[in-house]
Design a binder for this molecule. Structure first.
Ligand code: AMP
Length: 212
């Protein structure tokens, strides 16, 4: 199954994508993670996108689509994939459709996590990530046992550079202008399924499981 997990920044896409990936045995393709890896490795791509990301702006569509094309043609996507954080603009969504059509594929489902703005801001400001293994925490709802230390590997927890109040505000306005219109786009294709993303992680996973 080819799935898009859709939602605003902080809607819980990262957390729920792990659940979907395990239950359907499909890889998670997170463009945000791919760009962060590129920045960390100081590759050419990383140098191009680093300042865009720290401002909370969007990477240009042509760069994102090229990255996705390379990733979707890998072997592990043969039996399906889960997209997290892509597409984020109408040209990306159209580009994805064209790309998949070339391979005789299509998106089967778009699961949209609907979360209030108040919850989004609170989740993003309290999000922490392990520097070592990438495990995600939330200081309110999923805190580590020991302050700033990962429960699983003992790694140090950090706050993403773009999870600061000013950048969060900018990312949200970008979401409303560029990304939210995709809800209508996928609704018109009859593949959009909405899930209340304000609930607990388990309740949201249960609601998603029914759709898979
Ligand atoms: P995320 O982890 O999905 O919140 O993405 C972090 C940042 O990576 C975003 O704020 C953008 O700067 C960039 N990014 C990730 N995915 C995309 C995309 N599909 N289109 C444009 N920029 C993206």
């Amino acid at each position: 199954m080819n799935i898009i997990l859709f939602g605003a920044p902080g809607a819980g896409k990262g957390t729920q994508s792990e659940f979907v990936s395990k239950s359907k045995s499909i890889p998670i393709i997170s463009t945000g993670d791919m760009f962060r890896d590129a920045v960390a490795s100081k590759s050419e791509l990383g140098k191009k996108v680093s300042s865009i990301m720290s401002k909370g702006a969007l990477v240009p569509d042509n760069i994102v689509l090229k990255l996705i094309e390379e990733r979707l043609t890998k072997d592990d996507c043969k039996n399906g994939f889960l997209l997290d954080g892509f597409p984020r603009t109408l040209p990306q969504a159209k580009g994805l459709n064209e790309l998949l059509a070339r391979f005789g594929k299509k998106i089967d489902k778009v699961i949209s996590l609907e979360v209030t703005e108040e919850n989004i801001i609170s989740r993003l400001s309290t999000r922490r990530i392990c520097k070592n293994c990438g495990k995600k925490y939330n200081l309110d709802t999923m805190p580590p046992k020991k302050k700033d230390v990962c429960d699983d590997c003992g790694g140090e927890l950090f706050q993403r550079e773009d999870d600061t109040p000013v950048t969060i505000k900018h990312r949200l306005s970008v979401y409303y202008i560029e990304t939210q219109p995709l809800i209508e786009y996928y609704k018109n294709q009859n593949i959009l399924q909405a899930v209340d993303g304000n609930k607990s992680v388990k309740e949201i996973s249960d609601a998603i499981a029914v759709l898979l």
